[in-house]
Design a protein around this ligand. Structure first.
Ligand SMILES: Cc1ncc(COP(=O)(O)O)c(C=O)c1O
Length: 383
């Protein structure tokens, strides 16, 4: 009975052409897919340092053995949080096992049924999970549309105890960003608490990779920032940064923090080394190379007259080519894969129906030759 129902649901997906299946990602193709924007996951110098630190640490325990509130808290975790808070220019930081867990925990821990949460229509599934777990009312605003947000904030003025605004610094499926100054000013005007998911900008924006809010100098105007370590940090995990009262609230009310086994010591060592590396001049060099590749990619798109979403291009490692048809989009991605490029078609329900696209992630280690060949192949395949 249940299997029949599950089967039917899967069959409907298959009929629409968007059934998800696992694919082995260990390929020899040129990487235009991963979130390893600065190549940290494959950086040999960093690997050596991590191995050395692991050997020197001579860890007494391989697992953390419990939640941070029980047997899983260590001086190393607290020390790392102290360093992260300093790096992200915040009062405090609290570690989570993933960005998904951090986003799911945050709104549910801070908002109540007396509150309202405004969210950008394109926010990540983890943020939606979070505010569904809170009892707050929710209001969607149009993607990066500050006029729409202003209109809705005005309508809600005085009708909720606390107002939250949740958005992302770089949208994962679109690569674009909100208008920092306008966003911060609006939240100030309406006494709204701003929460920003910095998953894709952590390590990428800011002189030393401190993220988008620091680069845009709005970090003081933001109530909470979620930084993740699975992307430019080349590792896994996340932290929420903000003030002392936020940290204590999360320790007391964030279910994903309270009822989950803490990161083991070896992960803390990996993160600590990755943090040291991302602050280094070597990483700054990689960051510059990434931005050179982004502008080269955008210039090339123009020269080849390939339709991007906007003429100037987007100054972000995530680039989008709209192909608003499931089969055409899938076929194009397959052609690129056959020619040796690792890219994926992004289909509904990850993006709305009719907004299918090829998503291209740029990295510091992609060469201009890789980009030339990718775009030339794309141009020919699009004919
Ligand atoms: C915008 C955004 N937020 C949060 C996450 C979740 O982060 P993590 O992979 O660390 O769970 C992702 C991951 O895809 C993301 O793209």
């Amino acid at each position: 009975m249940l299997e029949d129902r599950l089967y039917k649901r899967l069959e409907q997906r298959a009929l629409k052409g968007n059934l998800r299946r696992l694919q082995n990602a260990e390929t020899q193709r040129v990487d235009f897919l991963s979130n390893d924007y600065l190549g940290l996951a494959q950086n040999q110098n960093l690997h050596k340092k991590i191995l050395q630190s692991l050997q020197q640490a001579n860890l007494p325990l391989w697992g953390s053995t419990g939640s941070r509130l029980l047997s899983g808290n260590t001086a190393a975790a607290e020390q790392l949080e102290y360093q992260l808070a300093d790096y992200f220019k915040a009062e405090t930081a609290l570690l989570f096992n993933s960005g998904f867990a951090a986003n799911a925990a945050l709104p549910a821990a801070v908002a109540t049924r007396k509150d309202v949460i405004f969210y950008d229509e394109l926010v990540h599934a983890s943020i939606k999970t979070g505010f569904r777990m809170s009892f707050a009312q929710t209001q969607m605003f149009k993607h990066n549309d500050m006029n729409d947000l202003a209109k809705k904030l005005k309508r809600w003025h005085g009708r909720a105890e606390c107002i939250f605004v949740m958005t992302e610094s770089i949208f994962s499926m679109d690569g674009d960003s909100p208008f920092a100054y306008e966003l911060a000013e609006l939240c100030k005007e309406y006494n709204a608490y701003l929460i920003i998911d910095e998953a894709h900008s952590t390590g990428v924006y800011g002189e030393y990779g401190e993220g988008w809010c620091v680069e845009e100098q709005i970090e003081q105007a933001v109530f909470a920032r979620v930084h993740t370590f699975g992307k430019a940090f080349g590792s896994q995990g996340a932290c929420i940064v903000g003030n002392n009262i936020l940290k204590l609230t999360l320790i007391n009310f964030a279910l994903e923090f309270i009822y989950s086994t803490a990161m083991p010591a070896q992960n803390l060592i990996v993160l600590s080394e990755s943090l040291d590396y991302i602050k280094s001049e070597e990483a700054k060099y990689e960051r510059n190379k990434l931005f050179e590749n982004i502008s080269y990619f955008n210039k090339k798109l123009n020269t080849l007259k390939i339709r991007n979403r906007n003429k100037e291009g987007i100054n972000s490692p995530i680039q989008i080519l709209p192909i608003p048809d499931v089969e055409a989009c899938k076929s194009l991605a397959e052609q690129l894969q056959r020619k040796g490029f690792e890219v994926r078609a992004i289909l509904s329900p990850t993006v709305p129906k009719g907004k299918e696209r090829i998503r291209i992630c740029l990295h510091s280690f992609n060469t201009q030759d890789d980009i030339d060949k990718l775009l030339q192949t794309l141009k020919e395949a699009m004919k």
